[in-house]
Design a protein around this ligand. Structure first.
Ligand code: NAP
Length: 311
C-alpha cells in the first residue's frame, strides 16, 4: 500500500547518472526520491583509481567519488532509499513503483539502473578481479604500462579495448571463442594492422592463473583440443554488457534487441513521464562522465515535463 503521497519524481539507480539526476532535481526543488538499491554507487564501486573524471587532477578512488556524489545530493535534500525496485506500473498516472519495502506514487520517473559487464564466470577470474582482471580498459589500462595482456572477446569492444591497451601494454593477445569475429570489418582491420596485437581465434579461456595477481591465462584450442598458457599480467574481459532494464521492459518501456532502453527524444522513453539516463540506455560510451551528463539532461527534461503538467 502507498501512503497516498504523490512524489514529483523518483530516480531509480545510484550510479553517476542517478546521482547527477538527483542533484539537479533536488536543486530544482522537486524533492526527488532516489531508490539506490542495496549496493549504492553502481559500477564505480568496483573500480579502484578513476583518473578520467574531470575535476580530480590527482585521480580519485571510485568508491570515494561515489561517496562525494552521495553527500552532494543529500546536501540538497534528496531522500535516498536503500531498496530494490521489484516492479513498476506505468499504465496510469501517477505511476506506481514497488520495492521490497514499500510502494511509491510519482508523476515522473528517471530510470538510471545502469548495466553490468558480462564475465566469463570462471572462479579464477572472479578471484582476480581488480588484481589484474578488469572489464574496463578505459578505467584500468593505464595501470598496465609495459605489461603483456589478454583481451577476451570478438566484438567491437574487444577490438577497441585491445587497440586502446596497446598505448600502455607491450603486447595484447585477443582470445575469441569462435573462428569468425563479430566485430565490424573496420574495427577488426584496425586491430589486425596494429603490430602489438596478436589473435587467437577458436579458443576457450579455461583459467586465469595467479594467486594475488595475474601471471597467465590458460586457453584450449577448440579444433585440436590442445591447451596452452599465455604468460600475461592482465586479462581484460570485453564480452558485452547486460543493461538492468528487465523490470521496465515488463512494464512497457521499449528496449532494443540487446535490452537497452530506447530513447525517443533526448532522455524521453516511449512512455510519457518516464525518462532514462546512463548505461541502461548506452551501449556505446559507458563512461561515468557521459552517464552523469545524461543524468543532468534527464532531470532538466523532468523539470520541463512537470511544468507542462502545470506543476
Ligand atoms: P558484442 O558485439 O555483443 O560482442 C561480444 C563478443 O563477446 C562476441 O564476440 C561474443 O562471441 C563474445 N562473447 C560473449 N559471451 C561470451 C562468453 N561467455 N565467452 C566468450 N566470449 C563471449 O558486444 P560489444 O563488443 O561490447 O559491442 C556491443 C555494441 O557496442 C555493438 O553493437 C558494437 O558494435 C558497439 N560498439 C561500437 C564501438 C565503436 O563503434 N567504436 C565500440 C564498442 C562497441 P560470439 O561472437 O561468439 O557471440
Amino acid at each position: 500500500m502507498t501512503n497516498g503521497k504523490v512524489h514529483n519524481t523518483i530516480i531509480i539507480g545510484s550510479g553517476p547518472a542517478g546521482l547527477t539526476a538527483a542533484l539537479y532535481a533536488a536543486r530544482a526543488e522537486l524533492k526527488p526520491i532516489l531508490i539506490a538499491g542495496h549496493k549504492p554507487g553502481g559500477q564505480l564501486m568496483d573500480t579502484t583509481e578513476v583518473e578520467n573524471f574531470p575535476g580530480f587532477p590527482e585521480g580519485i578512488l571510485g568508491p570515494d567519488l561515489m561517496e562525494n556524489m552521495m553527500k552532494q545530493v543529500k546536501r540538497f535534500g534528496t531522500e535516498i532509499l536503500q531498496e530494490n525496485v521489484e516492479s513498476a506500473d506505468f499504465t496510469k498516472s501517477p505511476f506506481l513503483i514497488k520495492t521490497e519495502k514499500g510502494e511509491y506514487l510519482t508523476k515522473s520517473v528517471i530510470i538510471a539502473t545502469g548495466a553490468d559487464a558480462n564475465w566469463l564466470n570462471l572462479p579464477s577470474e572472479q578471484k582476480l578481479r581488480g588484481k589484474g582482471v578488469s572489464a574496463c580498459a578505459t578505467c584500468d589500462g593505464f595501470f598496465f604500462k609495459g605489461k603483456d595482456l589478454v583481451v577476451a572477446g570478438g566484438g567491437d569492444s574487444a577490438m577497441e579495448e585491445a587497440n586502446f591497451l596497446t598505448k600502455f601494454a607491450t603486447s595484447v593477445t585477443i582470445v575469441h571463442r569462435r573462428p569468425e569475429f563479430r566485430a565490424s570489418k573496420i574495427m577488426l582491420k584496425r586491430a589486425q594492422d596494429n603490430p602489438k596485437i596478436k589473435f587467437v581465434a577458436d579458443a576457450a579461456i579455461l583459467e586465469v592463473l595467479g594467486e594475488t595477481s595475474v601471471t597467465g591465462v590458460k586457453i584450449k584450442h577448440n579444433s585440436s583440443g590442445k591447451e596452452e598458457i599465455i604468460p600475461v599480467q592482465g586479462l581484460f574481459v570485453a564480452i558485452g554488457h547486460t543493461p538492468a532494464a528487465k523490470i521496465f521492459a515488463a512494464a512497457g518501456i521499449e528496449t532494443d534487441v540487446k535490452g537497452y532502453i530506447v530513447v525517443k527524444n533526448y532522455t524521453r522513453t516511449n512512455i510519457e513521464g518516464v525518462f532514462v539516463a546512463g548505461d541502461v540506455n548506452d551501449p556505446r560510451y559507458r563512461q561515468a562522465v557521459s552517464a552523469a551528463g545524461m543524468g543532468c539532461m534527464a532531470a532538466l527534461d523532468v523539470e520541463k515535463y512537470l511544468e507542462s503538467l502545470g506543476d
